[in-house]
Design a protein around this ligand. Structure first.
Ligand code: 5GP
Length: 120
């Protein structure tokens, strides 16, 4: 079972507008914004608007429209950032072994430089 969703996690607060972010994209299902501590020239986080802790929680509980909307939003953001031709990396930490820090599902988009081999 997935841990209960903490409504005061930092991305929930960003979604409520209580904390500012550098917004890249927003639609009905998703919000995208620049990571505060970028690890690449492009480092964007895309989050679903629903209250989901992790990939497990989202894939198990979200509706098909939410899942489709979120997946499309990730692709849209990467495309609009000009990352399709040079390429990019998607990463979603999920759960303790992954070192997930913020307990609201987020997909990292990295790009803008050669990224090297996959992280350990
Ligand atoms: P995780 O380790 O959970 O996959 O990644 C969390 C990410 O969120 C980190 O890359 C971190 O820099 C970013 N982050 C943490 N707090 C904030 C914040 O308040 N604003 C933004 N824009 N990014 C944040």
């Amino acid at each position: 079972a997935t841990a209960a969703y903490d409504p005061d996690n930092i991305f929930a607060r960003i979604l409520r507008g209580e904390i500012p972010c550098r917004k890249v994209y927003e639609d009905e299902h998703a919000l995208a914004f620049h990571d505060i501590n970028p690890q690449a020239p492009h480092h964007i986080l895309v989050i679903p608007k629903g209250a989901y802790v992790s990939w497990d929680d989202f894939s198990a509980r979200a509706g098909d429209a939410e899942i489709a909307g979120f997946v499309r939003a990730v692709g849209h953001v990467a495309r609009e950032a000009g990352l399709v031709a040079p390429g990019y990396r998607l990463l979603a930490n999920s759960g303790p072994d992954s070192h997930q820090e913020v307990p609201h599902l987020h997909v990292h988009i990295f790009g803008g430089r050669p990224l090297g081999p996959m992280l350990a």
